[in-house]
Design a binder for this molecule. Structure first.
Ligand SMILES: [Zn+2]
Length: 491
């Protein structure tokens, strides 16, 4: 990627450390607010409903801290945000917002509404996200769709910016994520799909070149940021299986049945495996996954475990007085597990929520957040403690990238690490706006040539009163979950 390489060399760059759990919705919300999930309230793609294995989809009403766009709105500045994953349904700002995840659900995907019509007239619409899980055996088609999605996002930005001026333009390109899940190892090791996958990176680099061709970087600051990095994996760790083995979880989805289903899935022709996994999840979520009495803990959200607590879960089994001890027991059972083939400990850490999250919504965080050793990743399955799927070669890592070029950035500066929470205060400072008072991040001075004093202060507090998060209707919920499964975000 010669254009990206030249950009990084010329500007200021650093490793960008993402949040836990490392999923796009928590990470982008943290990036766009500058606070940890305990303060903005978005932890994962789905959130607990009170009944285990019947989660609700997270949406933009769950964000309970002002985003960069809202702070800019309070300061009288305009922003345009395209395809930001947690921003669906889009909400009112001074500017334009196009919903994230390729307009995930059936609602209007643009704010203001008429932008959707303009896009339809001028470039044929807003391309859909690509459910990579369903493309096993059709690899070239997956890459073509992703190149098309990348091209569409560039053109969307071009159309909107042509019509009106903005102080901040923010475009998310999700394609590399959709490709690295199935091709991560091939890309790193020059594996069988390397040449096919490479096409997307050529396209991304070209799009970056076209952006930079229209921007005068002596006048305008440009930041390239990721919500997370990637790491190659070879085995999936079935957390619910480990809980079942330890006698901490009992479910209707019996080990024998689930084991057979998993075995069958992995023996199917490759082109059917992804669809079969989706089918298994649907059956499981619909009726099979029910906690039976005597269950102390369960995992219905990736990278997390909850205690089955009396008074909080409808199936509650563990009284408040045993909560602390139960978290220790669960953590010990998971971190004590060894891969029989290598002796490695796949679950590196099981963090208690208060050890990582802080703020008014920290009590909504999962009871334990899991971190995995290299080569291992989370699975919600039951039936086999460890398993592998050839079509899942990579998962998110906490190490991403920030690279910046423009009048305010130090040329050729390389800093060691910047937190994803530092992006919002830094971006606001570049626009001369003071960040909200209780922001967690800081201005990344090490990347800047000189500090920019705030000229404008936003109106105090969130621009609009924040209601309680709103759930989707049952129909919308089902439709969106189906989409999220195809993207590998919901088990
Ligand atoms: Zn991903």
């Amino acid at each position: 990627m010669p254009t990206l390489e030249a950009f990084v060399k010329a500007g200021a760059s650093a490793r960008l450390e993402s949040v836990l759990p490392t999923n796009s919705i928590a990470a982008w919300t943290s990036l766009m607010t500058g606070v940890n999930p305990g303060k903005h309230g978005v932890f994962t793609f789905v959130r607990p409903s009170g009944t285990p294995f019947q989660t609700q989809v997270t949406n933009s009403t769950c964000i309970r801290f002002p985003t960069i766009c809202e702070t800019l709105t309070s300061a009288g500045l305009r922003s345009c945000v395209v395809d930001m994953p947690p921003f669906y349904p889009p909400f009112e700002i001074n500017g334009v917002m196009l919903g994230g995840m390729g307009a995930l659900g059936p609602r209007v995907f643009s704010y203001p509404r008429e932008v959707a019509t303009t896009l339809m007239e001028k470039i044929g619409g807003y391309a859909d996200d690509v459910a990579w899980m369903e493309y096993q055996g059709r690899e070239p088609e997956l890459v073509d769709r992703l190149v098309g999605l990348t091209e569409n996002r560039f053109r969307v930005a071009e159309v909107i910016v042509d019509e009106q001026p903005f102080d901040l333009l923010c475009v998310v390109f999700v394609a590399a994520d959709r490709l690295q899940h199935p091709f991560c190892r091939d890309l790193l090791e020059g594996g069988p799909h390397y040449a096919t996958a490479r096409k997307l990176y050529v396209a991304l680099d070209e799009v970056l070149g076209r952006f930079l061709g229209q921007i005068d970087t002596t006048q305008t600051d440009v930041l390239i940021v990721s919500d997370h990095g990637f790491r190659p994996i070879s085995k999936l760790v079935s957390v619910n299986q480990l809980l079942t083995k330890a006698g901490l979880m009992h479910s209707k989805w019996t080990e024998r049945l689930a084991g057979r289903a998993l075995h069958l899935a992995l023996r199917l022709p490759e082109s059917l495996q992804g669809r079969f996994f989706k089918f298994l999840e649907q059956a499981r979520w619909g009726s099979q996954r029910r906690l039976l009495p005597g269950s102390a803990a369960y995992s219905d959200i990736a990278d997390t475990v909850n205690v089955n607590l009396v008074g909080r879960e409808s199936t509650g089994w563990v009284p408040d007085s045993e909560y602390e001890q139960m978290r220790d027991t669960v953590a010990a059972a998971l971190t004590g597990f060894r891969d029989p083939a290598t002796g490695a400990a796949p679950v590196k850490r099981a963090l208690k929520r208060e050890d990582y999250f802080h703020g008014p919504f920290a009590s909504e965080a999962p009871d334990l957040v899991l971190e995995f050793e290299d080569a291992y990743a989370y699975s919600g399955e039951v039936g086999s403690a460890l398993w592998g799927w050839r079509w899942l070669q990579g998962v998110h890592s906490r190490d991403g990238i920030i690279a910046c070029l423009g009048p305010h950035f130090r040329q050729g500066a390389q800093a060691s690490a910047v937190s994803i929470l530092d992006v919002a205060p830094t971006v606001l400072s570049l626009l001369g706006v003071a960040p909200p008072a209780d922001v967690d991040g800081r201005i990344a001075d090490e990347l800047l040539a000189r500090p920019v004093p705030p000229e404008r202060r936003p109106a105090p507090g969130p621009p609009q009163p924040r209601d309680e998060p709103k759930a989707y209707s049952e129909e919308e919920e089902a439709r969106i979950k189906e989409r999220l499964r195809g993207l590998g975000y919901v088990e």
